[in-house]
Unconditional design. Structure first.
Lengths: 111, 115
């Protein structure tokens, strides 16, 4: 079993839809959770960063962490075609240097 | 603001050839990393350098060596390339402090094909 599981998709939604992307994990020591967006043939870019549990909002994006269920989510409101990309979750324990990445979910927003 | 710069962007090697992938960051980050990304496997850590003068193995170090030349530069060397090393390679950097973490900044990647 992988430490971090992520549905690979692809996920196709119409423009304006609310998108929910999820990851589950097995290591209860994970404390730092991140979401990266990766456009085709580009490097991943940091989208959202959350420490421990709770929600964090940034514009159309909301990151949610449920440590009791070992489950994290990224919500995208009013999705746009420009949101079409692969979304990677990543997580690590405190003070380490190595993030564990999910395999990524490919999202396509249809105009 | 260049961030993390990787060279080359593309490379084709024959089996058994050697090459060095170069990475430089201008953000004064302490830590640097090399990942490879393969379909269905996600990003896997090859080597990392927590600070200048230190390097450590990651998840998939076999067949690779690294050098942390100075605080800015971290190179990855393939001594004898194999077809299994065909992949997209990403360099990343980060600033890790006790109790805080700021995530990675990635380069744009090197697409390597070994034939």
């Amino acid at each position: 079993q992988k430490e971090v599981e992520q549905d690979p998709g692809p996920l196709s939604v119409p423009e304006g839809a609310i998108v929910s992307l999820n990851c589950t994990y097995s290591n209860s020591a994970f404390q730092y959770f991140m979401w990266y967006r990766q456009y085709s043939r580009k490097g991943p870019e940091l989208l959202m960063y959350t420490y421990s549990s709770g929600n964090k909002e940034d514009g159309r994006f909301t990151a949610q962490v449920d440590k009791s269920s070992k489950y994290i989510s990224l919500f995208i409101r009013d999705s746009q075609p420009s949101d079409s990309a692969t979304y990677l979750c990543a997580m690590t324990t405190s003070g380490t240097y190595k993030y564990i990445f999910g395999t990524g979910t490919r999202l396509k927003v249809l105009a | 603001n260049a961030g993390v710069t990787q060279t080359p962007k593309f490379q084709v090697l024959k089996t058994g050839q050697s090459m060095t992938l170069q990475c430089a960051q201008d953000m004064n980050h302490n830590s640097m990393y090399w990942y490879r990304q393969d379909p269905g496997m996600g990003l896997r850590l090859i080597y990392y350098s927590a600070s200048e003068g230190t390097t450590d193995k990651g998840e998939v170090p076999n067949g690779y060596n690294v050098s942390r030349l100075n605080k800015r530069e971290f190179s990855l060397r393939l001594e004898s390339a194999a077809p299994s090393q065909t992949s997209v390679y990403f360099c990343a950097s980060s600033e890790v402090r006790t109790g805080k973490d700021y995530g990675y900044t990635f380069g744009s990647g090197t697409r390597l094909t070994v034939v």
